[in-house]
Design a protein around this ligand. Structure first.
Ligand SMILES: C[S@@+](CC[C@H](N)C(=O)[O-])C[C@H]1O[C@@H](n2cnc3c(N)ncnc32)[C@H](O)[C@@H]1O
Length: 286
């Protein structure tokens, strides 16, 4: 088999070779936890070839080296974006938010009203619709949540989507999915945005889920949906275990509908509905 790069002599276009694909798959697994199986090769090849042609790069090894070099963050994030999708929406998989409204939040709001600390995390939050949905449900149940010690964190590996989430501006057709009172009309043709009362409940950060989590305290609920689908089984199991250890006893974990719980975390997480788990492990509450 030859791994030589194929260059269209007419257009001088770059085309990804098998060897390049293997190299990028290795990089993506090491740095993002992504599992790029060979059936992804056509998709990755066409997207990455387009990217390299856009950058006018003809030497793939140079491109690979630039990803690891100082200042390579921007291109790493571009690469991640073309290997994954940021698709999300407000109230996606609505029954997870019914559980939030009916089972998860009422006792947590009581806990916060008696001076307790409540933390909710949307891990792999993309452009922010998931953590803002959590915030809207919370605000509907507890309009004074902003005065209590209740905080929602949204994180994603991709700094571009984290910036979009922070800006909290969305096209009107997306905001049509949320209650009208939470839509603030943009001025002079700007997109509409989330109101301050919701924005102030959520903070955002860049975080790679395959690296050790930087938190001291534990969470009462974690939403990590449609993210682990990109990981291979050993990576998924590591991430599930890290979430389980980050949950208070009785804390909830919500995962995506195409994802499966497995590995050591499974024995501590009891099923509590579709793709919904409760941490049964004893530990110190924070
Ligand atoms: C399809 S979106 C899911 C958004 C939202 N959770 C939902 O279900 O609607 C997947 C997100 O996972 C993020 N992601 C992929 N690998 C990640 C990693 N290793 N650490 C953190 N986020 C990651 C991507 O950047 C993307 O924004």
């Amino acid at each position: 088999m030859t791994f030589a790069r194929s260059i269209d002599p007419g257009a001088g276009q770059f085309t990804l070779s098998d060897q390049d694909f293997e190299a990028i798959a290795k990089f993506a697994h090491k740095n993002f936890g992504l599992a790029l199986s060979s059936n992804k090769k056509p998709l990755v090849s066409s997207r990455l070839s387009r990217r390299l042609n856009k950058l006018n790069v003809r030497n793939f090894d140079k491109y690979l080296a630039s990803l690891d070099a100082p200042g390579g963050e921007g291109e790493r994030s571009e690469l991640l974006s073309l290997l994954t999708t940021n698709v999300t929406q407000f109230f996606r998989e609505p029954h997870h938010f019914e559980t939030l409204r009916e089972e998860v939040l009422p006792p947590l709001i009581e806990k916060a009203r008696s001076g307790g600390r409540v933390r909710l995390w949307s891990a792999g939050c993309s452009n922010g619709q998931e953590p803002y949905t959590i915030a809207m449900v919370l605000h509907q149940l507890c309009p004074d949540a902003g005065r209590l010690d209740i905080k929602i964190l949204g994180t994603d590996i991709d700094p571009v989507v984290v910036r979009t989430a922070q800006a909290a501006q969305y096209p009107d057709d997306e905001l049509a999915q949320i209650p009208a009172k939470y839509r603030v009309k943009g001025r002079k043709g700007d997109d509409s945005h989330m109101p301050e009362v919701i924005r102030s409940l959520v903070s955002f950060g860049v975080l790679n889920l395959i690296e050790p989590f930087p938190f001291h305290g534990k969470f009462d609920a974690i939403y990590c949906r449609n993210v682990a689908i990109y990981f291979d089984t050993p990576t998924q199991q590591k991430v599930w275990a890290a979430f389980q250890k980050s949950l208070n006893p009785g804390g909830y974990l919500f995962i995506g509908h195409s994802e499966r719980m497995s590995g050591p975390a499974a024995s501590h997480l009891q099923s509590a509905g579709i793709t919904t788990y409760i941490n049964s492990s004893a530990g110190s509450r924070t």
